[in-house]
Design a protein around this ligand. Structure first.
Ligand SMILES: O=C(O)C1=C[C@@H](OP(=O)(O)O)[C@@H](O)[C@H](O)C1
Ligand SMILES: C=C(OP(=O)(O)O)C(=O)O
Length: 425
């Protein structure tokens, strides 16, 4: 695929699909509930496809009508079988606990090549500590897994959050179904704490009895069950940011019709970074809008730990700023769909951008990127971020751009509808 700038100003209003994080949480929690839930505004992408597919193989009736999912939860009773969960970190980290709570059944779960290289041992160790019976089928600490339903006992459990917040979310989602109260102690820090808050809030919405403070040092989950709900999901803040970045980069204007600054999804805080770079942000009661500037400002250092999915977005627009931008505290993204720090440094270098790689981040200097053929490493955020450079530089070529289907299958159609020139080879 070849991407080139638009002839006209980027100027549009967009309605973005549902949040990946909320979709997969809501689907799994509804499947654990006893009865029929209605979830409106789901994301339809690879990650939710594999979640729905796994739930159906587990005997859960999931009916999809447009963007609404009807889920007949069975209270934690699952059919036995073999499952495949694609590259979805949310499914990989949320499903093991949900299966382990069952008193009977045995499952083998396989994941994609990239997901099978992503760590899971902190989660599996914690689940075993409270009674789960889980084995690694290939390499210790990685997918594929075998899980035997044994019931979770409960009690105290310590878990690390410094590699992935999803370990904690996965432990919590299963916790109400343990025999006794579960007290979760965080050993270190949580890389993206807001995602754990999203989990806890959704659990509460489905009737779970949880206690936690803002710092999340200790989280208590009492035995209870999820009740079926009718809920409406928010738009995906991470996806919205690519379009806001496009307006920032091209001195354009983009309004996201169905997302507000009030969302608890952490990536919304990326608009603060755009503001810092000189853009104008309007925080409406039902929308968020960004207007770009003629010259983006750089010359700052920023921790992206709490919104690390936007690291690559920032790194991709950084060459166009008037001073260097240093991104730090994101070592954990080396364990995402690709080693994102190494991949973005390599891609920017190929484009002729001056960049320095650090263990926990990178520094991008103002540069004039030149056209290049870039790999996407089967990572949707690599593809979506690098594509943005095509709004400024003629002839940015992407190998295997289809990986955007993990979270935003119509990404390039949307870019095209906003005026970018997209050549599909
Ligand atoms: O819980 C979630 O929905 C997510 C948590 C984050 O993962 P990590 O905590 O593993 O970084 C984030 O990067 C991912 O896109 C979605
Ligand atoms: C890290 C990501 O995904 P996952 O849910 O697979 O962890 C991501 O979407 O950037």
């Amino acid at each position: 695929m070849e991407i080139s700038p638009s002839e006209k100003r980027i100027n549009g209003n967009l309605t973005i699909s549902g949040s990946k994080s909320l979709t997969n949480r809501a689907l799994i929690i509804s499947a654990l509930a006893n009865g029929k839930s209605k979830i409106t505004g789901i994301l339809k992408s690879d990650d939710s496809y594999w979640c729905i597919d796994a739930l159906r193989k587990l005997g859960i009736n999931v009916e999809i009508q447009d963007e609404t999912a009807y889920v007949d939860g069975k209270g934690g009773e699952w059919d036995t079988g073999s499952l495949y969960i694609g590259a979805a970190g949310t499914v990989a980290r949320f499903l093991p606990g949900a299966l382990a709570i069952s008193s009977k059944g045995i499952w083998e779960i396989e994941a994609s090549e990239s997901m099978s290289k992503r760590p899971i041992s902190d989660l599996i160790d914690a689940l075993k500590e409270i009674g789960a019976d889980i084995e690694y089928l290939n390499h210790e600490g990685y997918y594929p897994l075998s899980i035997k339903g044994t019931e979770l006992v409960g009690g105290n459990v310590s878990i690390s959050g410094k590699v992935s917040s999803q370990f904690i979310s996965g432990l919590l989602i299963a916790s109400p179904y343990a025999r006794e109260t579960i007290t979760v102690n965080i050993k270190d820090h949580i890389v993206q704490q807001a995602y754990v808050i999203l989990t806890l809030q959704l659990m509460e919405q489905f009737g779970a009895n949880v206690q936690y403070d803002n710092k999340l040092n200790k989280i208590i989950v009492h035995p209870s069950h999820y009740n079926p709900q009718e809920i409406e999901l928010e738009a995906d803040a991470s996806t919205a940011c690519y379009f806001l970045a496009l307006a920032a980069l091209t001195n354009g204007r983009i309004r996201i019709n169905n997302l507000t600054y009030q969302t608890r999804q952490p990536d919304i805080k990326m608009v603060d970074v755009f503001e810092k770079m000189g853009c104008k942000v309007t925080k409406g009661s039902s929308f968020i809008e960004l207007e770009g500037v003629a010259q983006l400002k750089g010359g700052f250092e920023i921790s992206m730990r709490e919104m690390s999915d936007q690291t690559l977005t920032l790194a991709s627009i950084a060459p166009f700023a008037n001073g260097p931008i240093t991104i730090k505290d994101v070592e954990h993204i080396r364990h995402h769909e690709s080693d994102r720090i190494s991949v973005i440094c390599e891609s920017l270098t190929r484009l002729g951008v001056r960049v320095e790689e650090y263990k926990d981040g990178l520094k991008v200097y103002p540069s004039k990127p030149k056209p290049a053929l870039l790999n996407t490493y089967d990572d949707h955020r690599v593809a979506m971020s690098l594509a943005l450079i095509g709004s400024k530089v003629e002839g940015i070529q992407l190998n295997d751009p289809g990986c955007v289907s993990k979270t935003c299958p119509n990404y390039f159609d949307l870019l095209e509808s906003l005026g970018l020139n997209i050549l599909r080879h």
